[in-house]
Design a protein around this ligand. Structure first.
Ligand SMILES: *Cc1c(COP(=O)(O)O)cnc(C)c1O
Length: 354
């Protein structure tokens, strides 16, 4: 039986995408060859890469607006340093909203001065700081749209007069935003787009070329743009599955359609967390993530009983990250509403028999 997969990443992908992907490993579209045994320069793979790039820009509403989509390697973690390598001439501003922001800050410090405009570390990152100022004399401002570990999400982005860079690893393609406000958006594939192994980087080309350091080729966005994301062998499988997922999203009605479903899923779960006296949410209500819901049992509630109930119901991946504890339900695009209903039913049952 297929489990109800609330894993935080790598995580659930659409069933039909995984089926098609597995067939393509044996024989890609009846060409008599596997996806993973053909040249990345073959017309079949070049077309896959182009389609994936076009779909990514289309879903973000960024076609013909001076943006390029790249599928790179090294994960979102590599972008922590590539962003700074390519953009940080003297000083950059960062908003610190959790583990991933902190890691991005650590890497950027290797390249120049860093202004931490605000941080929610004082409350174990259970909220998104607001009302901070982004200085005008920085090379860029960096933020994390969704904090996968702590379960908070930025609902608004500051108006800035400098390039805006955002790590959207765990909520890309999950909601509508004016993406043209951003100059660089990056996301590791393995949360909402595909398997681990590739990272989507969407870049407004005119932010590049402003630092005077020498950048090694593999870390130079301009080099990757110049070679249409084929400077070296891309992660062919991860790019292909990402393309299939982006196609699945388009067939479903795109980001506008999935956003409605994601909102329903999140409302269903948070309503139960707030109603049920045995549960308490971790993140401040107004900053709650619609992708990753973090919650705990209230004092005295029977941990063993709850754990056995959700495991018996076929639920996977509900344990919270070690830095938060408790539980985390990740409700990425591919997770059906029915899975959230199963979890909510378990929570109600737990209340009844406790
Ligand atoms: C998972 C995650 C990362 C790390 O991604 P890797 O691909 O493992 O490097 C970075 N930022 C956010 C917001 C994430 O959720």
């Amino acid at each position: 039986m297929k489990k109800h997969n609330f894993s935080a990443g790598p995580c659930i992908l659409p069933q039909e995408v995984m089926k098609k992907a597995s067939e393509s490993v044996v024989d890609l579209d009846n060409i008599g060859l596997s996806l993973i045994e053909i040249s990345h320069r073959s017309k079949e793979f070049v077309s896959i890469m182009e389609t994936a790039q076009e779909l990514a820009l289309e879903h973000l509403g960024l076609q013909d607006k001076g943006y390029k989509a790249l599928f790179l390697q090294g994960g979102a973690s590599m972008e922590f340093l590539m962003v700074a390598y390519n953009l940080l001439q003297s000083k950059a501003a960062y908003l610190n909203t959790g583990t991933w922001s902190s890691k991005a800050i650590k890497e950027a410090k290797l390249f120049g001065e860093l202004v931490e405009v605000a941080s929610s570390k004082d409350a174990n990152f259970n909220y998104i700081p607001k009302g901070y100022e982004v200085p005008n004399d920085v090379d860029y401002f960096h933020c994390t749209s969704n904090n996968t570990i702590f379960g908070t999400q930025m609902m608004e982005f500051p108006e800035v007069n400098v390039p805006l860079v955002c790590d959207m690893s765990s909520d890309i393609f999950s909601r509508q935003l004016d993406f043209s406000k951003f100059d660089i958006i990056y996301a590791g594939a393995q949360k909402n787009m595909g398997p681990a192994g590739t990272t989507l980087v969407v870049i407004k080309e005119d932010v590049l070329g402003k630092v005077d350091r020498t950048i090694p080729s593999m870390l130079d966005y301009k080099v990757h743009i110049g070679k249409d994301s084929m400077f070296n062998t891309p992660s062919v499988f991860a790019v292909y599955v990402s393309m299939l997922t982006l196609q699945w999203l388009k067939d479903l009605g795109g980001v506008a359609a999935i956003e409605k479903i994601n909102n329903s899923k999140a409302a269903l779960l948070y309503d139960e967390i707030d109603r049920n006296p045995l549960f308490v949410g971790f993140a401040t209500k107004e900053d709650r993530s619609r992708m990753n819901a973090t919650f705990n049992l209230t004092e005295g509630a029977n941990v063993e009983l709850f754990d056995s109930l959700w495991k018996e119901a076929g639920i996977n991946g509900l344990n919270g990250h070690r830095s938060v504890g408790g539980y985390r339900a990740s409700m990425y695009n591919a997770l059906p509403l029915e899975s959230v209903q199963v979890l909510v039913d378990v929570m109600k049952e737990f209340e009844k028999i406790s």
